[in-house]
Write a protein that binds this ligand. Structure first.
Ligand SMILES: Cc1cc2nc3c(=O)[nH]c(=O)nc-3n(C[C@H](O)[C@H](O)[C@H](O)COP(=O)(O)OP(=O)(O)OC[C@H]3O[C@@H](n4cnc5c(N)ncnc54)[C@H](O)[C@@H]3O)c2cc1C
Length: 373
C-alpha cells in the first residue's frame, strides 16, 4: 500500500474546507484537501439559500454570531475584490400578527447586540412603499443582508488555494484514522486510510475535519479519539420550491423564525428568480428528493405574507440537509470548532454542526482554524 505524508490535511471540499485550505496555503503551508465526491462543493455548500446573512438571530458571543458578522464583512470585501457575483439587496423579517410584532423587538435587540449594522423596525406604510404585494403589520429592515453565487465563490476560493500550492484530491474519501502519540509533550501524528479502489495511507501532523454531514461519523472512525468528545448528531432537511416566473419582490422576505430553521422565506437568486424554503424535516438518512406533497404546507406559509400568491404554481426545486448538533425541540446549538484544548489530541481540529450561517462565515471560520493549528 502506498504511503504519503503531508503537513496539513483538510477533509471535505465544501465552502468551509476550501476556505480553510486557502487560508493555510496563503500562509505558505503544505495542504492537501481530500474530497469524497468527484467534484468540490457538491453537498450542503451547493444546497442552501445562498444568502449572506447579517448575523441577527444568534445568541450574543456565540461562534455563530461572531463569525457570521465578521465573516459577512470579509465576504463582501472578498467578493468585491475578486468580482464574485453578489448583491447587497437587503432583507425584511415580517410580522404577520400582533404576537409576531412583539417578537420583532426581541430579534432587533439580538441583532444590535451582535453588532449588525443598520437594523431598524419599519411600519406598515414604509413596508408598503418597499414591497406593495407584501401583507405584514411591521418588519425589521436589514440592509446588510445579501445574496451570493456560492458556486462562483467556491471556484474563486479554490483558485486562490491552488495558486498558493494547495492540492485538491477528489473522489478520495477518508475511510478511517488512528492517532499515534509519539512520546510525552511531543506532537501526535494522525495516520489516515484514504481512497476508494486503491486505498493508501496518509500521515499528517494536522488534520482539519471539515466533512460537513459526515464530520461526526468520521470522528467515530478515528481510533483513540476520546469518545466523550463526539457530540450527538441529527439531520434536518430543508426543501425548496421555486416559482417559474418572477416574483413581485426586490428584497429577501423572511417570516419570524421557527424551530430548527428561519421559516419558509423568499430568496432571490442572482438572476432574480424566486425560490421559497427551506422548511424543516428531521430525517435519519441522507435523502435529497423534494416531495411535491409538501407544496400545500409551503403555500400556506407563503400566503401569510403574500396573500395573492398564484395557487398551484410552485415546483419542487432542491433540498439541503442541515448538520445539527441539537435535536427536535432542543435549543439551537452553536458551531463546534474542537481543538487540542478540548479533546487533547494535538493537531486535530473538528468542525461540527456547521449549518447556517456557515456559507456567510466561511472566511472567518478559515481564519479561526488557521489561528488554532
Ligand atoms: C437548507 C440550507 C440552507 C442554508 N442556507 C444558508 C444561507 O443562506 N447562508 C449561509 O450562510 N449558510 C446557509 N446554509 C449553511 C451552509 O450551506 C453550510 O454551513 C456550508 O455549506 C457548510 O459547508 P461545509 O464545507 O462545512 O460542508 P459541505 O458543503 O457539506 O462539505 C463537506 C464536504 O465533505 C465531504 N466529505 C464528507 N465525508 C468525507 C470523507 N470521509 N472524506 C472526504 N470527504 C468527505 C463531502 O463530500 C462534502 O463535499 C444553509 C444550509 C442548509 C442545509
Amino acid at each position: 500500500m502506498e504511503h504519503y505524508s503531508v503537513d496539513y490535511v483538510v477533509v471535505g471540499a465544501g465552502v468551509v474546507g476550501i476556505a480553510i485550505a486557502r487560508q493555510l496555503a496563503l500562509q505558505g503551508r503544505e495542504v492537501w484537501v481530500l474530497e469524497a465526491a468527484r467534484e468540490v462543493g457538491s453537498e450542503t455548500s451547493s444546497r442552501n439559500s445562498e444568502v449572506i446573512h447579517a448575523g441577527i438571530y444568534y445568541p450574543q458571543d456565540s461562534l455563530k454570531a461572531r463569525l457570521c458578522v465578521s465573516g459577512r464583512r470579509k465576504l463582501y470585501s472578498y467578493c468585491e475584490q475578486k468580482a464574485v457575483p453578489h448583491k447587497r439587496c437587503g432583507k425584511l423579517i415580517v410580522a404577520t400578527n400582533e404576537q409576531q410584532v412583539d417578537t420583532l423587538g426581541a430579534i432587533l435587540k439580538k441583532g444590535q447586540a451582535n453588532g449588525v449594522e443598520g437594523l431598524e423596525i419599519i411600519s406598515q406604510p414604509q413596508l408598503f412603499a418597499l414591497e406593495p404585494e407584501l401583507n405584514a403589520l411591521a418588519a425589521i429592515w436589514s440592509p446588510e443582508t445579501g445574496i451570493i453565487d456560492s458556486h462562483q465563490l467556491m471556484v474563486q476560493l479554490q483558485t486562490d488555494a491552488e495558486n498558493s500550492g494547495a492540492q485538491f484530491v477528489l473522489n478520495t474519501p477518508v475511510l478511517s484514522g488512528e492517532v499515534n502519540i509519539s512520546g510525552e509533550g511531543s506532537r501526535s501524528e494522525i495516520e489516515l486510510l484514504v481512497g476508494k479502489e486503491e486505498p493508501f495511507k496518509l500521515t499528517t501532523q494536522c488534520l482539519v475535519n471539515s466533512a460537513g454531514l459526515d464530520a461526526v461519523a468520521l470522528l467515530k472512525n478515528i481510533k483513540h479519539f476520546p469518545e466523550e468528545h463526539i457530540p450527538h448528531f441529527y439531520m434536518a432537511k430543508g426543501n425548496y420550491f421555486s416559482l417559474p416566473r418572477k416574483a413581485p419582490f426586490n428584497h429577501l422576505i423572511y417570516p419570524v423564525p421557527e424551530e430548527g430553521g428561519l421559516g419558509v422565506h423568499l430568496t432571490l437568486d442572482m438572476a432574480g428568480q424566486a425560490r421559497f424554503g427551506p422548511d424543516v424535516e428531521w430525517i435519519k438518512n441522507k435523502y435529497y428528493p423534494v416531495e411535491s406533497a409538501r407544496m400545500n404546507g409551503f403555500e400556506d406559509a407563503i400566503k401569510r405574507y403574500w396573500p395573492t400568491m398564484p395557487q398551484g404554481e410552485l415546483q419542487p426545486a432542491y433540498a439541503g440537509i442541515r448538520p445539527k448538533l441539537s435535536g427536535p425541540g432542543e435549543p439551537a446549538a452553536d458551531f463546534i470548532i474542537q481543538d487540542e484544548t478540548v479533546h487533547g489530541v494535538k493537531g486535530l481540529i473538528n468542525l461540527m454542526g456547521i449549518e447556517s450561517p456557515g456559507l456567510t462565515s466561511c472566511l472567518a471560520l478559515a481564519e479561526e482554524v488557521a489561528e488554532r493549528v
